[in-house]
Ligand binder design. Structure first.
Ligand code: FPP
Length: 277
């Protein structure tokens, strides 16, 4: 693992100290991030909010590259919520432009690192240009077998659950199925990205203790790491630190851990019936 960061992480630095503590056999499979604090970062520098988002895009690049080097399977970033449309027009346009710039400039990097790109959220409400860029990036990276990078765009956890319920209800109405047979697995299968495993670790920057409507269904048993660091200041070392802290947690999934005998086996309640897609 250290080799993957040869030339990037300075020997003897605090960053290397953190990297050495990471157990590569117990990496979180899926890391989700609520990137918060761009506005405050800009305010602290008496700059317009959009400059915070621009600086945040640099953190996105570094985090994606670092997660891929570490061998993380899935990285999901909350870039734009359904509530974010309420922000000033310039800010909304800047956020959309930054995403398009990222996809334009980084497609080659994604390909070099065999990263598969996905976007999740209500796509039909995005502009044609944004949709085209997303679809192109998804198409051109669809065959890669490396990390899956999912960007939540025009996303809301509640809306996602509503949309899943609508799909299931439509299926039941047309097939005449029995609603009492709907299972947790059916809901999971009808979320925007059904192949995404639940996040193991959710990172939130800027110190807020909220989940802000992000992946509400999927984070039922996710470990949460909150850092005071504002997103534009989030660097490789912050990601290492979050993983080190994650690896110190006991994950019980509602079960119990017998410290004398074997570790508890996670229990699941997901059923096996199939409804909807
Ligand atoms: C929250 O900060 C951040 C966002 C609403 C947007 C995150 C977007 C980026 C980092 C830009 C680019 C994204 C990609 C995928 C290239 P805030 O503005 O709510 O901060 P505040 O709480 O300090 O006001």
């Amino acid at each position: 693992m250290i080799d993957a960061f040869e030339g990037l992480v300075e020997r003897g630095s605090p960053e290397e100290f953190l990297l050495r503590q990471i157990d590569r056999d117990r990496l979180p499979r899926h890391i989700a991030v609520i990137m918060d604090g761009n506005g405050r970062w800009a305010n602290n520098r008496s700059k317009p909010r959009v400059s915070g988002h621009r600086a945040g895009a640099i953190s996105v690049r570094e985090t994606v590259e670092t997660a891929a080097r570490l061998g993380i399977g899935y990285l999901t970033l909350y870039a734009f919520s359904t509530e974010n449309w309420k922000r000033p027009r310039l800010e909304v346009e800047t956020l959309m432009r930054l995403l398009r710039e990222y996809l334009g400039k980084e497609l080659e990097t994604l390909a070099r690192n065999r990263i598969r790109f996905r976007a999740m959220g209500r796509r039909d409400e995005l502009s044609g240009g944004v949709r085209r860029d997303i679809e192109r990036a998804e198409r051109e990276t669809a065959h890669f077998d490396g990390m899956v990078l999912t960007v939540a765009l025009n996303y809301s956890g509640r809306t996602e659950i509503v949309d899943a319920c609508r799909r299931i209800a439509t299926h039941l109405v047309t097939s005449g199925g029995d609603p009492s047979r709907i299972t947790e697995a059916d809901i999971g299968r009808n979320l925007y990205e059904p192949e995404l495993p639940d996040p193991d670790l959710l990172i939130r920057t800027s110190g807020e203790l909220r989940v802000s409507n992000f992946m509400l269904w999927q984070i039922a048993y996710t470990e949460i790491h909150v850092t005071e660091t504002l997103w534009p200041d989030f660097r490789r070392a912050n990601l290492f630190e979050a993983i080190v802290e994650f690896q110190k947690r006991d994950r019980r999934f509602g079960g119990a851990i017998d410290r004398i005998g074997d570790a508890g086996t996670p229990m699941t309640t997901a059923g096996s019936g199939q409804v909807g897609r």
